[in-house]
Design a protein around this ligand. Sequence first.
Ligand code: A2P
Length: 269
Amino acid sequence: SSPSAPPAAVAAPPGFFLERVLTVHHWTDRLFSFTCTRDPHFRFVAGQFAMIGLMVEGKPLVRAYSVVSAPWEEHLEFLSIKVQDGPLTSRLQHILPGDGVLIGRKSTGTLVTENLIPGGTLWLFATGTGLAPFLSLVREPETYDRFERVVVVHAVREVAELAYHDLLSRDLPEHELLGELVRDKLVYYPSVTREPFRNQGRPTTLVESGRLTADLGLPALSPERDRAMLCGSEAMNADMRAILEARGFTEGANNRPATYVVEKAFVTK
Ligand code: A2P
């Protein structure tokens, strides 16, 4: 590089904002989240993702990450897996407050309320880090304008992987501004598949067996009164898609709202 080139951590490459890490939280040895500063020009809608990463050997190394924080929040937040030989997450897992992170200028994605016909119960089905976009959606007041009730179903293997459990079950219902909406309309249904827990089973099994709706005292899922968003592994998305389609749900997209939408929980090696 030429002697006049700025150091990697000082200038953002084209298409990116360079932000500063504020906090890092390690949930487990496979899962962490962090917050960073937000450029006022970075705009997004709850449920969308952006390209996030680091400068590595003078080049941006980025992956798609759903934004965890709400659009009205001053800072940004992201949730990530840690893969020991993953090109990005093997490095990103070591970030510390003050470090630089790259945030792509454009946000996009299908898990936005505009892509669903309003009304009824909104079911947010997540496995693992697929919870991320739903954390933004449940903190966006507009979500509650569009739906009568919002149910977050988060399935993980082990109890320790229930990231944001306390936020969803305790902090949000007590939140100064959102608390009333959340207490009125938000239902959190965590489920663990490989350890004892109060709720057990995959989201697919919970829907098919009728256990989920029975536990919540709600009627079986139907496109007349329910809407769904899916964000998990490819297997969970495919299986849940089949269950919903068999019940008459149809997939929505940008400019074509329908009764469910789906997006892969990004595996960000
Ligand atoms: P299970 O423990 O029965 O495999 P992972 O950590 O592998 O991404 O899994 C996260 C959660 O997703 C686990 O609870 C896992 O259940 C569940 N899961 C995996 N495959 C599917 C699927 N095809 N449908 C629904 N849930 C699934």
